[in-house]
Design a protein around this ligand. Structure first.
Ligand code: WT7
Length: 670
């Protein structure tokens, strides 16, 4: 396997994804917030934005404290806004107790919002379910009581491995209600990946479903849970709760497995929300880093709640009659923050869609918008690029006039896709917000405010008030205008991750000491390359570590390498990203085989299948290149930068003096 490099060997100015430096350097288009939009917006001018920035700057604690008191319900008020005396361990809103499910449900039941739609769910075969706040509250209470009846309580980790059904959101809220941290594992991950996450988190229960619908067919999920638990590898895990979704025959293990409807439906619809300390663990969500093992990003109660709430309110400029639709899966942070928690905490109506556009229904998204009269639409650049390719005829068949705001997230957006989105989907009427953030940040960090910030295609524009984002060198010095550097944050913020589950050292080293702290000043290292233009606008170029971004999904190259070398035929593997017009990046694997065996198409297919089984279909390499040896330096390190150039079909430039055997190059060209 490739040796772990102590430092990312990519340069910050090397864009790894589709936002090519050329196109963004020469981007001069600028769109002011539409006057009609700005006149009604919460933050309706750049002056209003700057006033908030100045207020946060002058006294961050007073700023965050005031928002936290105003926007969240507290069982007990907090005494201290931030304790940063032992960085990078942050303690926000110490002394206070609150509950995320209470903030998302109970507090909306007092007035007319009780009968407002909280959740509209659109199932893949065309079925639909709707929940008012009152109804959702009752469902969440029943699920919370069900979990309690299994002996699950405060601090017990519950894993979710779910399709996009309402029970996914209900289960998340039920966990939050009783103080059991959840760990949502994306339903597209394999049994092996699920097993690793169950074991790492010491999960006490799994909530899953018989299956879900994907691209016109029922796909089973429960068998993956059985496989993950085979051999008693997770002794802490006693219960599996199964939602019936597809109705396909499903094996149930007596004493361990229970049907959701058998256990939940008969519970009482009242369950008091557990007062949780601000820093009590709320959830763990695994994400890929630059080493082999995914890290469990830990978020805590009050800070995360405030950040999901406030960013949702600011960025989507939410109004009472909005129908908000975020197309993410609840298995990712975007689904946590902008399908479930941000919208519900604000009392908004959120749409959840089980399906996806597919050849039999290319206009699926547009039909959902038309049917539910969505006003806000939030999706990934990859999806937009795919729609562009399909031609405007498809969206043009639907009535999209209900839309008033568009958002993107997950990867750099190329200006062409941004312009198409604004024009074809937004009718040149809707502001477009390109939102930069990460699993680790809990919510959006850099984004236009649609009533205040002029936008430029391809730029996520300016940091939110209170967010001290910067572009720096590895010593933490700000770089100049239009210079490439590392995206960093100079001050803690409420939604920041608190630790890596079970590995605080890794949290410290990978995020807060990558740039060495000077005079006690800790700087958060995001792992992205960026530059700032003369207006202070941020242009994010992509990852600078060994993480690749495939269709907005983050994958560690080392995880894929580990999966490859776990196959008996493979001796060594090196995985890199290659720019891809649709996916942002495609996965290219360079593989050498055991015992001088030679690779062929059958083995390539076999290895792709193997990676799919080890991680999940999204991690399958697009291309596998076999070679007797991989290019290494004289000290034995795989030369990834060189492989990246080869994968991209670029000429390998002069810096190969350390390459041990130059003849390798010819055998590797893609
Ligand atoms: C990485 C985080 C948080 C949302 C979903 C992804 C990339 C995210 C943007 C954007 C350019 C972006 C970064 C970041 N990214 N948003 N607007 N422009 N790049 O969460 O899986 O934690 O991935 O996604 O590279 O580091 P994630």
């Amino acid at each position: 396997m490739a040796e772990a490099l102590p430092n990312p060997d990519a340069t910050p100015t090397a864009p790894s994804a589709s936002a090519s430096i050329e196109s963004v350097l020469h981007e001069e288009r600028r769109f002011e917030p539409p006057a009609a939009f700005a006149s009604q917006a919460r933050i309706g001018s750049i002056q209003a934005y700057r006033a908030l920035v100045a207020e946060a700057e002058a006294d961050p604690d007073a700023f965050w404290g005031a928002w936290a008191r105003q926007e969240l319900h507290w069982f007990t008020p907090f005494e201290k806004v931030l304790d940063w005396s032992d960085p990078p361990s942050a303690r926000w809103f110490e002394g206070g107790t609150t509950n995320l499910a209470y903030n998302c449900l109970d507090r909306h039941l007092e007035g007319p919002r009780a009968d407002k739609l909280a959740l509209i769910w659109e199932g893949e075969p065309g079925d639909e379910r709707r929940f008012t706040y009152r109804q959702l509250h009752a469902e969440v209470c029943k699920a919370a009581n069900a979990l309690r009846s299994l002996g699950i309580g405060k601090g017990d980790l519950v894993a979710l491995y779910m399709p996009m059904v309402p029970e996914a959101a209900i289960a998340m809220l039920a966990c939050a209600r009783i103080g059991a941290p959840h760990s949502v594992v994306f339903g597209g991950f394999s049994a092996e990946a699920l097993r690793d996450r169950l074991i790492d988190g010491d999960a006490k229960a799994v909530i899953t479903a018989d299956g879900g619908f994907r691209k016109d067919k029922a796909v089973a999920l429960k068998p993956a849970v059985d496989a993950a638990l085979a051999g008693g590898v997770c002794p802490t895990l006693k219960h599996v709760l199964v939602v019936r979704r597809t109705g396909e025959p499903t094996a149930m293990e007596a004493g361990r497995d229970l049907w959701w409807h058998d256990l939940v439906d008969s519970q009482s619809p009242e369950c008091p929300a557990e007062p949780m300390a601000s820093e009590d663990r709320l959830f763990v969500l695994y994400t890929s880093g630059s080493t082999g093992k995914p890290k469990g990003v830990v978020h805590t109660t009050a800070g995360y709640n405030l950040w999901a709430h406030l960013t949702f309110q600011w960025i989507f400029d939410i109004r009472d009659d909005d129908i908000h639709w975020c197309t993410a899966d609840v298995g990712w942070i975007t689904g946590h923050s902008y399908i479930v928690y941000g919208p519900l905490s604000n009392g908004a109506t959120t749409v959840m869609y089980e399906g996806a556009p597919r050849p039999s229904k290319p206009g699926a998204f547009w039909e959902v918008i038309e049917k539910h009269r969505c006003t806000i639409f939030y999706t990934a650049p990859t999806a937009i690029r795919a729609f562009m390719k399909g031609g405007r005829e498809v969206p043009d068949r639907s009535d999209l006039t209900s839309l008033r705001l568009l958002g993107t997230v997950g990867e750099p957006i190329n200006p062409e896709a941004w312009m198409w989105y604004r024009d074809v989907i937004g009718g040149n009427r809707c502001p477009v917000v390109d939102t930069w953030w990460q699993t680790e940040t809990g919510g959006v960090m850099i984004s236009p405010l649609p009533g205040a910030t002029a936008t430029k295609p391809g730029s996520c524009t300016l940091p939110l008030p209170g967010i001290a984002a910067d572009v720096v060198d590895l010593e933490g010095r700000s770089v100049g205008v239009d210079q490439g550097g590392y995206l960093a944050v100079r001050r803690p913020w409420p939604g920041m991750m608190r630790t890596v589950h079970g590995d605080h050292e890794r949290f410290r080293k990978s995020y807060w000491e990558h740039i060495p702290p000077i005079n006690g000043e800790y700087i958060y290292f995001a792992g992205d390359g960026a530059r700032r233009d003369a207006d202070g606008y941020f242009w994010v170029m992509g990852r600078v570590d060994d993480v690749i971004n495939v269709s907005g999904h983050r994958l560690g190259t080392m995880e894929i390498e580990s999966a490859l070398v776990s196959h008996p035929a493979v001796a060594e593997a090196a995985v890199v990203g290659r720019p891809d017009e649709l996916k942002g990046e495609a996965i290219v694997a360079f593989v050498s085989l055991e015992g001088g065996r030679s690779g062929d198409a059958a083995l390539e297919a076999e290895l792709r299948r193997h990676v799919g089984q080890e991680i999940g279909p999204i991690a399958r390499p697009d291309l596998i290149r076999f070679s007797d040896v991989l290019p290494k330096t004289r000290s034995g390190k795989i030369m990834r930068r060189l492989l990246r150039s080869l994968a991209a079909g670029q000429e390998v430039s002069g810096d190969i003096s350390t390459l041990e055997d130059r003849s390798v190059l010819d055998t590797l060209r893609v």
